[in-house]
Design a protein around this ligand. Structure first.
Ligand code: 3PG
Length: 409
C-alpha cells in the first residue's frame, strides 16, 4: 500500500478522506479526538505544499447528530492555527471552483459527504467509481489520501471510489491503526484478552466467534449490552424493563448466537456478576444472585457493578495483549461511568500491549485522563470488523490502487 511519504505533494491537489464523525450534544461537537488523530497527516500535506481538500461524513440522515461540517472546519482551523474554509457543497460547481482556486499550502473542508445520496449506500467499488461524486471530482484531483480508518468497513464513493482512478495513499493515522491492530491480532504473546462492551452486539459476537475459533483469544470479558446478551444466554433473567429494551433494539434475537458461543467456549466467556441501575436518581448496585434482582423489572441496567470491575481488573493484570471495544455502561452519565473507567484504568495499568476503541466511547479515555493505553483506536465498527475477521473495503481499495499505480509513479 502507498504511504504518505511516497509522494511529492508540492502544488498537487489532494483529496483527503478523513473520518471526523464526532459525538454531538445540543448541536455542538463535544470531542475533538478524531480531529487530533488526523492532524499529523494534514500537517504533513500542508508542510509539503499540497492543496488539501478535506472531507468527512457526520452521522446519517435524520439522526440528531447529522449536522453540517461548519463546526468541523472551525475545530480544524483552531487546531491547525490556519483557516480551513468551510465549503457548503460537495461536488457541485461551487465546490469544484473552490478546489480549482486552492493554492499550495491551503486547505478547505467540503460539506458533510452524506448530504449526497450516493454516499449513503454501501456499494461495491465498481459502482462507487461510477458515481457523479467521483466523476465530477476526479479531474481536479492528483492524489487521494485515505485516513478514515474509522470508516474503513464502509464501501462508499468517497472511501473506495477513486482507488482505480488515482493513487490512493494511506494517511499516517490509517497506517498507525492498521499496524497496531495487526500486532494485537497476530501476536503470539499470551494471555490475550478481549473486552467487549457497547451496543454493537452483533459485531461483538462476530469478534468473539472469530477470535475464539481461530485461537486468537484466551478469555473474553463482556459488559455493556454485549454483557447483557451473554448474561441472558447463560439463563439469567434481567427483568422486564431490560428485556423490553433489548427487544426494542432488535438485540434479543442475538441471544441464540450468544448461546451457541457459550456451548463451545463457556469457560472462556465471562459475564458481569453485578449490575448498576438508576434507582431514584442514584447508582444502585445489584448482585445477579440476590433477591434485589426484582428491581430489573422496573429499572434499566446502566452499568456493570463494582464486583465485576474488581474481578475483571484482577484478570486484566495478568494479560499480555488486551483488545477492548465499547463501554461497560452509560459512561456519559458520571455515576454510570464507573464500570467503563474502572475497566479501562485496569487496562492502562496492566502493562499489556493494549488497544481500546469504540467510536465515540474513546471520549471517556480523555475525559477521565486514563493513561497507559498502547493504542487508542479511532475505530468502532471498523475495529470490530477487523477483529471479526471480515475484510475492510478501504484496505482492499488501498491494495488495488497500489497494484495499479505502483509502476506508474
Ligand atoms: C463510526 O463512528 O463508526 C464511523 O464514523 C462510521 O460511521 P457509520 O457507522 O455511520 O458509517
Amino acid at each position: 500500500m502507498f504511504k504518505l511519504t511516497d509522494f511529492d505533494y508540492h502544488n498537487k491537489t489532494v483529496f483527503l478522506r478523513a473520518d471526523l464523525n464526532s459525538p454531538v450534544k445540543n448541536g455542538k461537537i463535544i470531542s475533538d479526538a478524531r480531529f487530533r488523530g488526523v492532524l499529523p497527516t494534514i500537517l504533513y500535506l500542508l508542510e509539503h505544499g499540497a492543496k488539501v481538500v478535506v472531507s468527512t461524513h457526520q452521522s446519517k440522515p435524520y439522526n440528531e447528530d447529522y449536522i453540517t461540517t461548519e463546526q468541523h472546519a472551525e475545530i480544524l482551523s483552531n487546531l491547525l492555527g490556519q483557516e480551513v474554509e468551510y465549503v457548503e457543497d460537495i461536488f457541485g460547481k461551487y465546490a469544484r471552483d473552490k478546489i480549482r482556486a486552492l493554492k499550495s499550502g491551503e486547505i478547505i473542508m467540503l460539506e458533510n459527504l452524506r448530504f449526497a445520496a450516493e454516499e449513503v449506500k454501501y456499494k461495491p467499488l465498481e459502482d462507487c467509481e461510477r458515481t457523479y461524486f467521483v466523476r465530477k471530482l476526479v479531474p481536479l484531483i492528483d492524489y487521494v489520501v485515505n485516513d478514515a480508518f474509522a470508516a474503513s468497513h464502509r464501501s462508499q464513493p468517497s472511501l473506495v471510489g477513486f482507488a482505480r482512478l488515482k493513487p490512493m495513499i494511506m494517511g499516517f493515522l490509517m497506517e498507525k491503526e492498521i499496524k497496531a491492530l495487526k500486532k494485537a491480532y497476530e501476536s503470539d504473546e499470551r494471555p490475550k484478552i478481549y473486552v467487549l462492551g457497547g451496543a454493537k452486539v452483533g459485531d461483538s459476537l462476530q469478534v468473539a466467534e472469530n477470535v475464539l475459533t481461530q485461537g486468537k483469544a484466551d478469555l473474553i470479558l463482556t459488559g455493556g449490552l454485549v454483557g447483557q446478551i451473554f448474561t441472558l444466554a447463560k439463563g439469567f433473567d434481567l427483568g422486564d424493563a431490560n428485556i423490553e429494551f433489548l427487544e426494542k433494539k432488535g438485540l434479543i434475537e442475538l441471544v441464540d448466537w450468544a448461546e451457541r458461543l457459550l456451548d463451545m467456549f463457556y469457560t472462556l466467556i465471562r459475564t458481569p456478576v453485578d449490575f448498576a441501575i438508576n434507582y431514584r436518581g442514584e447508582r444502585f448496585e445489584i448482585d445477579l444472585l440476590s433477591d434485589e434482582k426484582k428491581f430489573f423489572d422496573e429499572y434499566a441496567i446502566m452499568d456493570i457493578g463494582s464486583r465485576t470491575v474488581e474481578k475483571y481488573a484482577q484478570i486484566l493484570k495478568e494479560a499480555s495483549i488486551i483488545v477492548a471495544n465499547g463501554p461497560m455502561g452509560i459512561f456519559e452519565v458520571e455515576e454510570f461511568a464507573k464500570g467503563t473507567v474502572g475497566v479501562f484504568r485496569a487496562i492502562g495499568k496492566s502493562g499489556a500491549f493494549s488497544i481500546i476503541g469504540g467510536g465515540h466511547s474513546i471520549a471517556s479515555i480523555y475525559k477521565y485522563n486514563i493513561q497507559g493505553i498502547s493504542h487508542i483506536s479511532t475505530g468502532g465498527g471498523a475495529m470490530l470488523n477487523f477483529f471479526g475477521g471480515k475484510g475492510l473495503p478501504v484496505l482492499e481499495a488501498l491494495k488495488i490502487s497500489y497494484e495499479i499505480f505502483k509502476d506508474k509513479i
